[in-house]
Write a protein that binds this ligand. Structure first.
Ligand code: SAH
Length: 525
């Protein structure tokens, strides 16, 4: 599944999923849970907790030299997902292979984070737990791996998170705390179920004692708010506070809480394993910490930075040059010819443009589009209709009945726990780069290629003709962009880089229009 792409780059399972056949041949207790499917592939039934447990124990043994025991009625951690969090903490504290001091809030029976952090990086851990069974198992797991010098498991009262664990040590500064808070998804994860339905009751075979102890009142949101509350008192006693989240929609209110409280450094990330998505939030009261950027933002910005582009194949260049000469272009190079043709098309469209300095072997034009002259009236109307149709949908309340099949599918009574990366709840802030999706080669079907004719829309033209002709000096514009004309092997490439404006769709349309205008010129001759 492609979600594995957003596993942490250092996650050893990123491009190398566990080899079940190999593990089965080496570990008989694992082999007992492996079946061979019709195509001869070794497979595991992830719906069986016994099988999930066998995989976790086998991977910890094979890849980390750790031996653990965990009861079926408590959370069974999945190793690749836990590793993602460890690697992210490494990024936060620059802690790869460095001795660091951390706290794991709610370590579980496995004590997985401390065991991984201590064995991989030599980190010291204070591991807290409220549940007796978990506490006993965790203590034993640390002992049997000879890691008692690095990991201290402590039993804490339910009411407290960090305050009680730290009250005896007033001097030590911890580098981080991490936490996989008790939330409903844990139950499903424990059973190896990747359910999208939060309302689904917990699997009946889960020990009810376990359920009440693991489930936090008020869900993860309240649990993390309590950690935030503790952090506001402890402040610089820890360099980074962090927490995993089972629902993306928890991010926004928690970030808002941190903002309200004036916490100076906040970041988040996402973790993927197969179809399971998790998010994590981190905050710090130190101003000198390095803050890793959220992954989605990085990806979207990368996409946004990529220009729109189209190529003019070398077979078309001769004709384009001839066309440019016919229009009075005296320079001979294909770049000059195409730039002249672009200038002509832009002048006809009344898109303001001027040549700007650029690298050798390149031509650059700075464009300022003041009005949309490249989309035909019919399409404009269609676009307006579409926007009108979408308006009520955007304002629809959560319980308004939805009519279309699509919207029923997304209706709010089926809030997914496991949200696919791209369809999850949108973040309120700068996450959404306008038009980020447009940084692809343009699709010629996007726009009808009919420029506004003379005489049409005369009133608008009247205003436009009064506009100053220099692209830099207009106050009101739709968008500005930089057009680069350059060689790409024997072809010529036209790139459009977004500068600023209302909506990148408009640049996409103009790009398509210009490409079609140039190619049409070739087709006609
Ligand atoms: N860290 C483990 C377990 C996570 S489940 C893992 O990632 O697999 C959450 C754990 O937090 C449970 O074991 C639960 O007993 C424990 N817990 C719940 N409330 C707590 C509290 N106030 N302080 C410490 N642990 C708590």
């Amino acid at each position: 599944m492609s979600l594995n792409k957003s596993m942490h780059p250092r996650n050893r399972y990123k491009d190398k999923p566990p080899d079940f056949a190999y593990l089965a041949s080496k570990y008989p207790e694992f082999q007992a849970h492996v079946q061979t499917n019709l195509s001869g592939k070794a497979v595991l039934n992830f719906k069986e907790p016994e099988a999930v447990r066998a995989l976790t124990c086998t991977l910890l043994k094979e890849d980390f030299g750790l031996s653990i025991e965990i009861p079926l009625e408590r959370l069974i951690p999945t190793v690749p997902l836990r590793l993602n969090y460890i690697h992210w903490v490494e990024d936060l504290i620059d802690g790869q292979k460095q001795p660091r001091r951390g706290i794991d809030i709610g370590t579980g029976a496995s004590c997985i984070y401390p065991l991984l952090g201590a064995s991989m990086n030599g980190w010291f851990f204070l591991a807290t737990e409220v549940d007796d069974i978990c506490f006993d198992y965790a203590t034993r797991n640390v002992e049997q791996n000879n890691l008692s010098d690095l990991v201290k498991v402590v039993k804490v009262p339910q009411k407290t998170l960090l305050m009680d664990a730290l009250k005896e040590e007033t001097e030590i500064v911890y580098d981080f705390c991490m936490c996989n808070p008790p939330f409903f998804a844990n139950q499903l994860e424990a059973k190896g179920v990747n359910s999208r339905n939060a309302r689904r009751p917990p699997p009946s075979s889960v020990n009810t004692g376990g359920v009440t102890e693991i489930m936090a009142e008020g869900g993860e949101l309240e649990f993390v708010k309590r950690i935030i509350h503790d952090s506001l008192q402890l402040k610089k006693r820890l360099r980074w506070y962090s927490c995993m989240l089972g629902k993306k929609c928890s991010l926004v209110p928690l970030k808002e809480e941190l903002r309200k409280q004036g916490v100076p450094k906040v970041t988040h990330t996402e973790f993927c394993q197969g179809r399971t998505m998790r998010w994590a939030l981190a905050w710090s009261f130190y101003n000198d910490v390095t803050v890793p950027s959220p992954p989605s933002k990085k990806r979207k910005l990368d996409r946004a930075r990529k220009p729109l582009s189209f190529s003019l194949p070398h077979v078309a260049l001769k004709e384009l040059q001839a066309k440019a000469r016919a229009l009075g272009c005296t320079a001979h190079s294909p770049l000059d010819a195409i730039t002249s043709l672009l200038e002509k098309a832009l002048t006809e469209l009344r898109v303001l443009h001027k040549r700007v300095p650029c690298r050798e072997q390149e031509k650059s034009l700075l464009l300022t589009a003041v009005e949309n002259t490249w989309v035909h009236g019919r399409q404009k109307r269609r676009e307006q209709m579409r926007q009108l149709r979408e308006l009520p949908r955007a304002h629809q309340g959560a319980d308004t009945p939805k009519k279309t099949e699509d919207s029923t599918r997304e209706s709010s009574d089926r809030q997914p726990i496991v949200e696919p990366a791209d369809k999850s709840v949108p973040l309120a802030e700068s996450e959404q780069v306008p038009g980020g999706e447009l940084s692809k080669k343009v699709d010629s079907d996007d726009v009808e290629m009919i420029p506004v004719k003379d005489g049409e829309d005369a009133a608008t033209r009247e205003t436009i003709s009064k506009e100053p002709r220099s692209p830099g000096s207009v106050e009101h514009f739709l968008f500005k962009c930089l057009v680069n004309v350059l060689h790409e092997e024997s072809d010529v490439m036209v790139e459009m880089h977004w500068v600023e404006g209302q909506n990148k769709d408009l640049m996409n349309q103009l790009c398509t229009f210009l490409r079609n205008t140039l190619l049409k010129a070739v087709a006609k001759s």
